[in-house]
Design a protein around this ligand. Structure first.
Ligand code: GDP
Ligand code: ZN
Length: 457
């Protein structure tokens, strides 16, 4: 809007602090070209052309390098942008930045270039966040996902949801405005069917976003089970080194042991927890309480079962108490350990109710490859190009909020046939989705998002 026309010109060092072959100063705003000209001398900078120039300020030569001018609106920020590529030393870059500030530029806040790109409609909010995610990516998959978000793949899915939601809102609101037709509209089943379709579409986007969020932040895996099942041995086998103490004494792992491991570029935070059993020992009880906390917060729970014990146990007794306490049984994988000692029976597998089972020996390493593949699969991790997109917790919350409003609206329609209430719920669902792309945003939220970026971005 109008405010954007009167922005000041900002400047920042765009390359990482420290020494390197090249260092870049970036300027954006109405006076970027003028300031760059003062530093570079020798006439106008031609748009999108590399100019090899001396950089000076107040008669003093600072450096020599390349100047690039990107006129708005076809620039990253949508404003006039200049990049000065000098030598990558902190003193030189500091002098160049101060030259720009001395000429009248203002030091940019963290993320301010991206914020301007957003405010000038060059990218939406999810794309701006994807830039930060791309730079901060901790794995190849996370970087690929961020790139997909930056290209607008996540935003397109949100927009498609918003579009379908808008159609439905128009239909519902029109029916409210013409009450004599409302009876038909409630009875014809179209609205109920559209709501169903919308929820289905939303669930798909949500599942994909959840996978994306896990790749971005690393999947949290909790190893749980009875004492002596082989939890610590499994952690060591996955980590490829002796991280946890393995003993024949039950109750050895009393606190939580964490390891960060990387399976083909997929980040995993693995935690070995205290063995779950009834114990009179206070210290052990505390360990078990912590284990439960870890289990509830995990993205994936590996329940390790001793195959020898499992054979002699009534299989139905082996884990129902456990699954009953899990907030989300879908996160559970049964790991049948010590298969080097026993032929586990198929009978056991018949009682798992769709819970995936992986048979391994932490001692010999048998089955570990399948377990790794399984974890990759759980995470939606694939070497293939399809993959997911980068998503943050904020996005997941907005999607969940939208889902709750649509579900509530559908319930209103079923129970009371209340068109007005449904219309209001749909409006709020749309608002929740709008927060993802930034179609609807509070200044406070923008400050929080861009404030976490680094300077010069
Ligand atoms: P935790 O209490 O669940 O952490 O179990 P540990 O990892 O400490 O292992 C308990 C005992 O089982 C140790 O003596 C291990 O050497 C043994 N153990 C663990 N995994 C295997 C396995 O796959 N095969 C065999 N034969 N023994 C195992
Ligand atoms: Zn242990």
């Amino acid at each position: 809007p109008e405010q954007n026309l009167h922005r000041d010109t900002i400047a920042a060092v765009a390359t990482a602090p420290g020494r390197g072959g090249i260092g870049v100063i970036r300027l954006s705003g109405p006076q970027a070209r003028e300031f760059a000209r003062a530093i570079c001398g020798e006439g106008e900078l031609q748009p999108r052309r590399a100019h090899y120039r001396n950089f000076h300020h107040r008669g003093q030569l600072i450096d020599q390098g390349i100047a690039l001018f990107f006129p708005g609106p076809h620039s990253f920020t949508g404003e006039d942008v200049v990049e000065l590529q000098g030598h990558g030393g902190p003193v030189i870059l500091d002098q160049l930045l101060h030259a720009a500030i001395d000429l009248g530029a203002r030091q940019a806040r963290p993320g301010e270039f991206s914020e301007r790109a957003f405010l000038n409609d060059k990218i939406d909010l999810a794309q701006a966040e994807a830039i930060a995610d791309l730079i901060e990516a901790g794995s190849a998959q996370a970087a690929r996902n961020a790139m997909r978000s930056l290209q607008g793949i996540f935003s397109e899915k949100i927009e498609s949801l918003v579009e379908n939601l808008t159609h439905l809102r128009i239909y519902v609101e029109a029916s409210i405005d013409f009450p004599e037709e409302e009876i038909d509209f409630l009875a014809d089943g179209k609205v109920a069917a559209d709501l169903d379709a919308l929820l289905h579409q939303l669930a798909q986007v949500e599942a994909e976003a959840r996978r994306g969020s896990v790749v971005r932040e690393g999947m949290r895996v909790a190893i749980a089970g009875r004492p002596n099942a082989g939890k610590s041995s499994l952690l060591n086998a996955l980590a490829g080194r002796e991280a946890a103490i393995v003993t024949e004494l039950a109750g050895t792992t009393r606190d939580i042991l964490r390891e960060y491991i990387d399976i083909e570029g997929m980040p995993l935070h693995i935690a070995d927890t205290a063995g779950l059993r009834d114990s009179p020992d206070r210290v052990e009880q505390i360990g078990i309480a912590r284990a439960w906390e870890e289990i509830r917060g995990a993205d994936r729970v590996l329940l390790v079962v001793d195959a020898e014990r499992a054979n002699s146990l009534d299989p139905e007794q082996a884990w129902p108490e456990f699954t009953a306490q899990l907030p989300d049984p879908e996160k559970l994988t049964l790991v049948l350990n010590k298969i080097d000692l026993t032929d586990y029976t198929a009978g056991l597998l018949a009682h798992t109710d769709g819970v995936p089972v992986i048979a391994i020996s932490a001692r010999t390493g048998a089955g570990l490859e399948s377990l790794r593949d399984h974890l990759k699969h759980c995470m939606g991790y694939s070497g293939a190009a399809e993959g997911s997109f980068s998503a943050r917790r904020r996005h997941l919350e907005a999607l969940a909020e939208a889902r709750a409003f649509i579900q509530q609206g559908a319930a209103q329609l079923r129970s009371a046939g209340a068109g007005e209430l449904l219309a209001e719920d749909l409006r709020r669902a749309q608002q929740a989705l709008g927060e993802i792309t930034g179609a609807v945003t509070a200044d406070e939220l923008l400050g929080k998002i861009f404030g976490s970026f680094c300077i010069g971005k």
